[in-house]
Write a protein that binds this ligand. Structure first.
Ligand SMILES: NC(=O)c1ccc[n+]([C@@H]2O[C@H](COP(=O)([O-])OP(=O)(O)OC[C@H]3O[C@@H](n4cnc5c(N)ncnc54)[C@H](O)[C@@H]3O)[C@@H](O)[C@H]2O)c1
Length: 702
């Protein structure tokens, strides 16, 4: 049952439940109104307490109902709040735990509120590009003041109730059970007689509201240029200075505009995409993950160190294995330096630094890995090296241990075959810097056991990564797509663009960094090494030559003081390079190309549709299970602009027919073979469908 009522001393205690976070779904809304009506009709009841079952009060709207008719079916949240506010008998909300969004808005409809001191309260709607639409922008400023309400609503951040104990948001904040306190409070208020207060009747007090709002608008405009929601939040909160109903009308208008904005659609797509990515279609809740109590990491280089930190942060001990004492010392020193930098910024205490360092067990012997539940290899990217390492792990790891490779490009099935337990092997592809980047590609080998996959997904949550499952292929989801993007970037230079123009266009579209600035940061020699292998393995794949020539000139990027751009020592500002421009022009001439002016629109379309087209291939091959998985990879691992929702979502918004038409145009141009459209893209465009509507066909090998 969603809603139950008990009675204490003439006070009805209504408890609503809708696991996992008591979302305000249709059954809860109906149940609450029925219970409220029954309590008001019962002569034995003098007052009403409403509380959440379990550990939370309410996480707000029920996300299971999002985008379904149930979300708006009567009664909606407005109706429920209005009935609570109009209740003839006084209502007190007992906030027993987290109260977010609609949950907090519901409480603001009541006469009184009692909270547990640790309960987190907030209005996070702005994070999905909307504003609190059930009176939150009007009622919250009336109880916590204009400035606090602005901060909470514009940032979406939640605050422990204890911090707001002195405001009119709470009548009482307790350490123990708020229901008990709510019952006592109501009994006292009823005994005292008189009217019971309503939040809507309060006035918003502020000495200099105009100055505060102007300051807030300025800050918000600068910080969220690409997002309309924060500014609309300020407008709505500003309207709380008006009479209540006039303010509510402004809130409603802002809510409707934002709900239909492309930015909010993209943010909601990402919100649901992230949740969808954590599920694997053929692995149900009945598959028990294995336990991970300790981890082994092999290789203390760039990746191994960062990977280790993830586990240390989560309190999981790590055995770190290297080939030489020197390499081990260097790796440990880097980990310590990173932690000390965090401590300097006040993010960690000195004690926490020592605690984390205390969890690393450095070793030069593979025998030290015999107890590890999970071993992650991050050694050189070479089959022979990986083979030697996996044979050694296979010999020492305990039965049931999970063996993972952090390879970026190698075949995980081939690596698995180096062991006698391929069912325990998978890829865990972390992104650099591995202690910072949220994305984790979980690579499922042909023989990887289901419980190994389930363990990897659960482990990702524990170390706060956003995991996306990829099948085995060259480059997995992210790098296989970025290769097509990089190829287009090179062709654009051949045809007439310069690095600074391409970067400017990509960054104006919203990429965190254009392809050439990115190359200079990561090191152009990394791509060079990959291409050299490609020239042998995939002779049919054509690349522009300019990136190789750049490396032959010693221009590896920031680390050599020059790359696609020039740099002055101690300054990372990219400066357009005359030498590079001359080289690019020479390369065009060598290909017999007459350079032409290329529009920013063409640049962006070619970069982004190259991603989309390869993404479509990944979908039809079953490497990615859903289009949203691909978007999550790009949003969390490749700096794709969040307000555009990812390369597949963006293409859906443009319309696949239009995307295909542009691609066909580019197919008639220079290096047009690169634009052979993925059959799935053609199929969906012809059927007027979107990637988001595409449901993967069962894999032929499944
Ligand atoms: N650097 C990146 O951006 C990145 C991103 C994702 C994945 N990867 C992958 O991660 C792996 C490691 O890359 P990296 O950048 O950390 O390399 P790195 O050169 O920085 O580190 C590799 C480390 O492995 C150690 N090592 C080599 N052989 C060993 C052995 N037999 N036993 C124990 N230690 C050994 C080396 O001493 C070195 O410290 C590669 O497979 C790479 O493709 C790298």
């Amino acid at each position: 049952m969603a809603v139950t009522t008990t009675s204490r001393d003439g006070i009805a205690v209504i408890t609503f439940e809708n696991p996992p976070v008591n979302g305000m779904g249709l059954a809860v809304r109906r149940g609450l109104l029925d219970a409220l009506a029954a309590a008001n009709a019962d002569d034995a009841v003098r007052g009403i307490v409403i509380t959440g079952g379990g550990k939370v009060f309410s996480g707000g709207a029920d996300i299971k109902e999002f985008n379904t008719p149930r979300a708006e079916q009567a009664p909606n949240l407005h109706d429920v709040i209005a009935k609570v506010e109009a209740s003839p008998k006084p209502v007190c909300i007992a906030i027993n735990g987290t109260a977010l969004g609609g949950g907090l808005e519901l409480s603001l409809g009541a006469n009184y509120r009692v909270a547990n001191a640790k309960a987190e309260v907030g209005l996070p709607e702005v994070k999905i590009g909307i504003l609190p639409g059930a009176g939150g922008t009007q009622r919250l400023p009336r109880v916590v003041g204009l400035e606090t309400a602005l901060n909470m609503i514009v940032s979406g951040a939640s605050v422990p109730a204890a911090k707001l104990a002195a405001t009119a948001l709470f009548d009482v904040v307790v350490d123990g059970d708020p229901v008990e306190a709510a019952v006592e409070l109501l009994k006292d208020k009823i005994a005292a007689g008189g009217l019971h207060p309503r939040v809507r009747d309060r006035k918003v007090e502020h000495d200099d509201a105009e100055a505060l709002l102007a300051w807030s608008r300025m800050g918000v405009a600068a910080a969220s240029a690409n997002y309309p929601a924060p500014l609309r939040c300020v407008d709505a909160v500003a309207a709380s200075l008006k009479p209540f109903d006039a303010g509510m009308a402004i809130e409603r208008e802002g809510f409707t505009v934002l709900l239909n904005s492309p930015e909010s659609k993209a943010l909601r797509h990402a919100f649901f995409g992230e949740r969808a990515a954590s599920k694997i279609d053929d692995i149900g809740a009945d598959v028990q993950p294995r336990e991970i109590r300790s981890v082994g990491v092999i290789g203390a280089g760039t990746m191994g160190g960062g990977i280790s930190m993830n586990f240390l942060n989560a309190g999981i001990p790590v055995t770190l294995v290297e080939t030489s004492q020197d390499a081990l010392d260097r790796g440990l020193a880097t980990i310590r330096r990173n932690y000390e930098a965090s401590a300097k910024k006040g993010k960690l205490s000195d004690e926490q630094v020592e605690q984390r360092m205390g969890l690393v067990k450095p070793s030069l012997s593979y025998d030290a890995l015999c107890d590890a539940d999970l071993v992650i290899e991050a050694v050189y990217e070479d089959y022979a090296v990986k083979q030697a390492v996996f044979e050694k792990i296979d010999a020492v790891a305990k039965p049931g241990a999970i063996l993972a490779t952090n390879t970026s490009t190698l075949d995980v099935d081939r690596v698995a075959a180096f062991t006698k337990r391929p069912q325990d092997v998978l890829g865990l592809h972390f992104f650099s810097p591995a202690n910072v980047m949220r994305l984790l590609e979980v690579v499922r080998g042909a023989q990887t056991a289901k419980d190994v996959m389930a363990t990897a997904m659960a482990m990702a949550k524990r170390i706060r990564k956003t995991a996306v499952v990829s099948g085995v292929c060259d480059g997995f989801i992210g790098n296989r797509m970025i290769e097509q993007y990089s190829r287009q970037a090179g062709f654009l230079l051949d045809e007439g663009a310069l690095p600074q123009q391409v970067d400017r266009a990509a960054e104006a579209f919203g990429f965190a960094m254009g392809p050439f600035r990115m190359g200079d940061l990561a090191g152009n020699d990394i791509g060079w090494a990959i291409r050299k292998r490609r020239y042998i393995e995939k002779p049919g794949m054509v690349y522009a030559k300019n990136a190789d020539v750049l490396c032959e000139m010693g221009r590896y990027g920031q680390k050599t003081g020059k790359g696609w751009y020039d740099y002055v020592p101690g300054d990372r500002t990219p400066r357009p390079s005359a030498e590079v421009e001359a080289m690019i022009v020479r390369q065009s001439a060598a290909q017999g190309i007459t350079r032409r002016a290329i529009s920013d629109q063409e640049i962006v379309e070619r970069l982004v549709y190259a991603l989309t087209n390869e993404g479509a291939r990944l979908l039809e091959e079953g490497i990615a299970a859903r289009a949203s998985d691909i978007d999550i990879v790009y949003l969390f691992g490749y700096g794709f602009p969040p307000w555009r929702g990812g390369p597949m979502f963006h293409a859906d918004q443009v319309g696949l027919y239009n995307v295909l038409a542009s691609m066909r145009g580019y197919a008639r141009g220079y290096q047009g073979e690169a634009w052979a459209p993925a059959p799935l893209l053609v199929e969906l465009a012809d059927a007027s469908l979107s990637f988001n509507q595409y449901v993967a066909r069962p894999r032929a090998d499944a």
